[in-house]
Design a protein around this ligand. Structure first.
Ligand SMILES: *Cc1c(COP(=O)(O)O)cnc(C)c1O
Length: 348
């Protein structure tokens, strides 16, 4: 091993024992993994992992439920470099092989979608991809390896925005990509060539977060389920898009493949519009308004999936609200939501 290889203190950009121990822990949590690269954000992890496996002339298939910055990376950055993205229905399942072309070299999955929560048939899609020599990447931020051991399910590169549940305290941004032996060298080299590094202080905080991941996820799961079921019984609410609820598209696949559910889901205000939805959200006092979920605090966000779709259409009536259920007492959160519904009913 030359002094330029992993595992030796060589140069700050190559990390130090603090970052390596975090990477090792994330690798150990993912059965079948050879290694984990750390990045300064979830978006950096997605971008660098895709660059590691794509070159000009290639095509990547991306789920239509992709996290919006993943889409804009593909459309605004990869496209001018000669790498094209084609979007597919997240519920495509085995039919994905019908849309493969000679140029298809990678698939970016996200399951469930982080606004709309369709659960994808990851094992089936990965099997089809493998038969065709196509590499699969999964944005596994919602479940983490704890609830969805991605490599075991056939995924080649499993990515998380560690910013969310791994860090868990909304105070560090980080991304991680974990892969098996076949892609490990390529993933590592690309990250190093692109100068990806996280600070030891950030790695320390993420490692500290990891120590309570298990108990936090259990609490997020339990409180989110309590609140999802409570919402289900509210007259104002239509669909509750939570993978553990039967009405969520792909629920049966969630039941088959996942070991749990986390704290993020959406629900439909059946008769809502933009204005009444805003009134509802503004009336909440314990929920902040925010994008970056996965921390201790509860969040609410108005979401409009129709703005981001190209392969499928989002035709749901009413208005959609995404909630992240944090670690507060669920009874307090329910009381807050009940009060906001009162306000909502007065304005709509
Ligand atoms: C937040 C998020 C990301 C990006 O993570 P950052 O650390 O904010 O860059 C990627 N995918 C999903 C599903 C996310 O929720």
């Amino acid at each position: 091993m030359s002094s330029n290889e992993d595992g030796k203190f060589f140069y700050g950009r190559r990390g130090s024992p603090t970052q390596w121990s975090l990477a090792e822990a994330l690798t150990a949590m993912e059965p079948g993994a050879a290694g984990t690269m750390l990045y300064p954000s979830g978006v950096a992890a997605i971008a660098c992992a895709m660059l590691a496996v794509l070159k000009p002339g290639d095509e990547v298939l991306m789920t239509d439920s992709s996290y919006d910055p993943s889409r804009s990376y593909a459309d605004a950055f990869l496209k001018p470099m000669g790498i094209t993205a084609r979007y597919y229905d997240p519920l495509i399942g085995a039919d994905i092989s019908d849309i493969f072309t000679e140029k298809t070299k990678a698939i970016l999955l996200e399951s469930p979608g982080s606004l709309t929560f369709e659960v994808q048939d990851v094992p089936t899609i990965c099997r089809a991809a493998k038969d065709a020599g196509i590499v699969t990447l999964l944005d596994n931020t919602w479940a983490t390896s704890r609830f969805f051991p991605a490599l075991e399910k056939g995924v080649d590169i499993s990515i998380v925005a560690a910013t969310k549940y791994i860090v868990g305290h909304s105070d560090v941004m980080m991304g991680a990509a974990t892969t098996h032996a076949k892609y490990w060298t390529r993933l590592r080299r690309t990250a190093q060539q692109l100068g990806q590094v996280v600070s030891p202080d950030d790695a320390y905080l993420a490692a500290r977060g990891l120590r309570t991941l298990e108990v936090r996820l259990k609490q997020h799961e339990q409180s989110a389920l309590t609140i999802a079921h409570w919402l289900k019984d509210r007259p104002e609410v239509g669909l509750v898009l939570h993978p553990a609820l039967p009405e969520c598209p792909g629920h049966d696949i969630w039941k088959r493949d996942f070991k749990g559910s986390s704290g993020l889901f959406s629900f439909q205000l059946g008769q809502g519009d933009e204005k009444s939805r805003a009134a509802f959200i503004d009336a909440l006092t314990l929920f902040g308004i925010g994008y970056s979920w996965g921390g201790f605090e509860s969040l609410a966000l108005p979401v409009d999936p129709e703005k981001y779709r190209t392969a499928t259409q989002w035709t749901m009536e009413g208005a959609l609200v995404r909630l992240h259920i944090g670690l507060e007492d669920p009874d307090d959160l329910i009381a807050d939501l009940a009060k906001a519904f009162e306000h909502y009913n007065n304005v709509s």
